[in-house]
Design a protein around this ligand. Structure first.
Ligand SMILES: Cc1ncc(COP(=O)(O)O)c(C=O)c1O
Length: 339
């Protein structure tokens, strides 16, 4: 790895890179899956790699509490709660979101691990999240805590090395399996995972290609964020590589109804992966990215015979989110027999 950063080990790396024989045959592509859902702690997921670096910085600063933010069902919040529990720290998750009416899915897991979850209904006021976070930091610091703040998705410079490291890991695994020029496909939310992979592959001179699939609106604000983020990490880690907007391949046309909204094609993609390969995707991120991948095959953007590595970034507790669960119940009850 050409960049330097301190981390603490919180999971078992490398995660497996597996060939998916049944789906490959069915779809006419050579499909592989990078199992970053198997990052063990707190039911795993992509945030664990970022948190290995973020937690190292938090400990170095003498923090007693991790405070982060996200939607009600934030996977990142759940994994932050796990890291805090493991390291003997407190954890608060701030959500500018409505309480979903029941303690289930990630919220239940957050509470199992002892994290506090704070909801504030969205008002549409600009800066609401920042105000809530500031208020909470002040409150806990007044109580004597040393708060380490982690932004949404752990997507900042300090979290970047997590997926940079994954890019190096993937490059070595792909070369060993004879697929060193495959295309890696990843869901894009707060951009940290994609940016870590992008910089890792580019800065290390890998032949792997990278395509992101946006799971929420990717408008001009995100373009600005993308370029700013790249400039920040390039400077912080003194990277040799450079990039212009056109170098970032992010598909923005598979967002469907919007962030974490139920969608029939996404559920079909979840069923397909579960029924052919016994791997569970989630309806917010990985199921949507996989549905986008299937569309790209149908549309010829991914060619028959192409080598594809799909990044499984975790998130499966999301299948129990109440508004998704009702849709699953509607579609799956026909296979339940009560004698
Ligand atoms: C399961 C899952 N996949 C993908 C992502 C997207 O990662 P990023 O926010 O780094 O773009 C997230 C983010 O929360 C996630 O929870």
């Amino acid at each position: 790895m050409k960049i330097e950063a301190k981390k603490i080990s919180l999971t078992h790396l490398p995660t497996p890179l597996e060939y998916l024989p049944t789906l490959s045959k069915e779809l006419g592509v050579e499909l592989y899956i990078k199992r970053d859902d198997l990052t063990t702690l707190a039911m795993g997921g992509n945030k664990m790699r970022k948190l290995e670096y973020l937690a190292a910085e938090a400990l170095e600063q003498g923090a007693t509490m991790l405070l982060t933010a996200g939607g009600a069902q934030t996977n990142h919040g759940r994994q932050t709660a796990g890291v805090a529990a493991k390291l003997g720290m407190k954890c608060v998750i701030a959500c500018v979101d409505n309480y979903p009416g029941e303690i289930s899915a990630n919220i239940l897991l957050d509470r199992l691990m002892g994290a506090e979850v704070v909801f504030q209904a969205p008002t549409g006021e600009p800066g609401q999240a920042e105000k809530l976070i500031k208020m909470l930091i002040e409150k806990y610091e007044a109580q004597g805590e040393k708060v380490y703040y982690i932004p949404v998705g752990g997507s900042n410079e300090a979290g970047l090395p997590g997926y940079y490291e994954c890019a190096c890991e993937l490059d070595a695994q792909a070369k060993a399996m004879g697929i060193g020029d495959a295309t890696v496909i990843s869901a894009v939310g707060s951009i940290g995972t994609y940016m870590g992979l992008f910089t890792g592959l580019k800065n290390e001179g890998s032949d792997l290609k990278l395509t992101g699939i946006a799971i929420s609106d990717f408008g001009p604000d995100k373009d600005v964020r993308l370029m700013e983020y790249f400039a920040q990490v390039k400077e912080k880690f003194q990277m040799e590589c450079s990039a212009v907007r056109e170098d970032f391949h992010i598909e923005t046309g598979y967002v469907r109804e919007g962030y974490n909204k139920p969608n029939a094609d996404v559920r079909q993609a979840v069923y397909l992966m579960a029924r052919k390969e016994a791997i569970i995707l989630d309806p917010c991120y990985t199921g949507k990215a996989f549905a986008g991948l299937l569309d790209m095959i149908r549309e010829g953007k991914i060619k028959q015979g192409e080598k594809i590595i799909f990044l499984h970034s975790g998130g499966h507790p999301g299948i129990n989110t109440p508004h998704h669960r009702v849709e699953f119940e509607r579609e799956l009850m026909d296979g339940i027999t009560i004698l």
